[in-house]
Design a protein around this ligand. Structure first.
Ligand SMILES: O=C(O)[C@@H](O)[C@H](O)[C@H](O)CO
Ligand SMILES: [Mg+2]
Length: 390
């Protein structure tokens, strides 16, 4: 069996352009699907897919590791997030082909079933919460919290840390404490709450101030309390924080995770299967994390094929705690890709169709062509115009 083509299909889903990858083979009717979505870098990823195609033409798609080696070594240059997202999309599609060729679901090939279902969480707010913070009101967060938990989710994540750069003014810290406290009060003790700091505090001390302020709300984890490349800063926080610390959505491959795991930089790793190198690379990261007592909450605010890939991963990987998902991103999410299971809020069951088990409706994709996304990050400035992390 040989790979004959690698195609990228872009589908605009408002905040993000989803990049779907279709790997074709010389066996009639046999092809695989993957996803390489990387928000605000869509054309770079599509270009990387075009550049990488030539390396794999003629290779046996069932040799997943060998194809990965070719993609990451024969291109000479080490790939950054755009290139590795392209590699990830291709790699996921290779597993889909392998599963279909053998007539088994991908999770069987990844080690088999380790749990009866995969727990999931979703977001309360998309992008930044500047308006909420500036209005000084927790109403929006509480309202969203009620809607999402009434829909059936028992774990929710919120981004609610204001842009205060290296410091943590009393008013900002109190406002965050009020917002997270109000959310806890509204949803009650049975719901897990996660707070994504988005790497906004630029100093360890500012991050620690916000962490201390939300401690009474008893949250499940706090994410990216400082920017992800500050391994020493994260390790310092993790050693002292009462709240478990999560990070990793912006780390690529084993190389970057190794350093963070060795430093015990976080309690919970958040690799993204669509950025970090694909399913097998994320398995290796999971194994690395497991040896250091680190659980996984894989990152995925992406499209439906990314979600299904995460499902197969989570069903077969013991140290996965919970899976992120954003199936509420657009109203027509379910028209684009047919899933192998009936998705329920907060709980994904074990799929049994061969491969990933998705069918893709290319007509629907064609109705939502590439569009320049809104640049939410433009809001990330201090009152004096200083640019800060979004
Ligand atoms: O944890 C999350 O899902 C967020 O940090 C997103 O990755 C970020 O807003 C970019 O889309
Ligand atoms: Mg995040």
């Amino acid at each position: 069996m040989k790979i004959t083509a690698i195609k990228a299909l872009v589908c605009n889903a408002e905040m993000r352009n989803w990049v779907f990858v279709r790997v074709e083979t010389d066996e009639p009717g046999l092809f695989g699907w993957g996803e390489a979505t990387l928000e605000w870098k869509t054309r770079a990823v599509v270009g990387a897919l075009q550049d990488l195609e030539a390396l794999l033409i003629g290779q046996d798609p069932r040799n997943v590791e060998q194809c990965y080696q070719i993609l990451t070594r024969h291109g000479f240059w080490r790939l950054g997030v755009e290139g590795m997202s392209a590699v990830s999309g291709i790699e996921i599609a290779l597993w889909d082909i392998l599963g279909k060729s053998l007539g088994v679901p991908v999770w069987r090939l990844l080690g088999g079933q380790v749990r009866d279902y995969l727990r999931t969480y979703t977001h309360l707010g998309l992008g930044d919460m500047k308006a909420v913070y500036e209005s000084g009101s927790a109403d929006t967060i509480v309202e969203r919290g009620r809607i999402v938990t009434q829909a059936g989710y028992d774990a929710v994540k919120v981004v609610c840390i204001p842009y205060t750069h290296y410091v943590s003014p009393a008013k900002a810290v109190d406002s965050v404490a009020d917002m997270v406290g109000a959310l806890r009060e509204a949803v009650g003790p049975d719901i897990d709450i996660m707070v994504d700091f988005h790497g906004r505090p630029a100093s360890v001390n500012a991050a620690m101030d916000y962490l201390k302020a939300i401690e009474p709300a008893r949250i499940m984890f706090a994410e990216e309390p400082v920017p992800p490349e500050d391994v020493a800063g994260l390790a310092h926080i993790t050693a002292r924080s009462a709240i478990p610390i999560a990070s990793g959505e912006r780390l690529i491959g084993r190389r970057e995770f190794t350093q963070s795991v060795a430093a015990r930089a976080f309690n919970i790793a958040q690799p993204d299967i669509c950025h970090t190198g694909g399913l097998l690379e994320t398995k290796k990261i999971a194994a690395l994390a497991e040896t250091a007592g680190i659980g996984l909450a894989p990152h995925n605010p992406l499209g439906p094929i990314a979600g299904v890939a995460a499902l197969h991963f989570g069903i077969s990987t013991p140290n996965v705690i919970i899976q992120e998902e954003m199936s509420g991103a657009v109203a027509w999410y379910d028209d684009v890709v047919t899933w192998p299971i009936d998705r329920k809020p907060g709980r994904w069951d074990v799929p049994d169709l061969p491969g990933l088990g998705v069918t893709v409706n290319e007509d629907v994709i064609a109705r939502h062509p590439f569009k320049q996304e809104v640049l939410h990050a433009r809001n990330a400035v201090m009152p004096d115009g200083t640019v800060v992390d979004w």
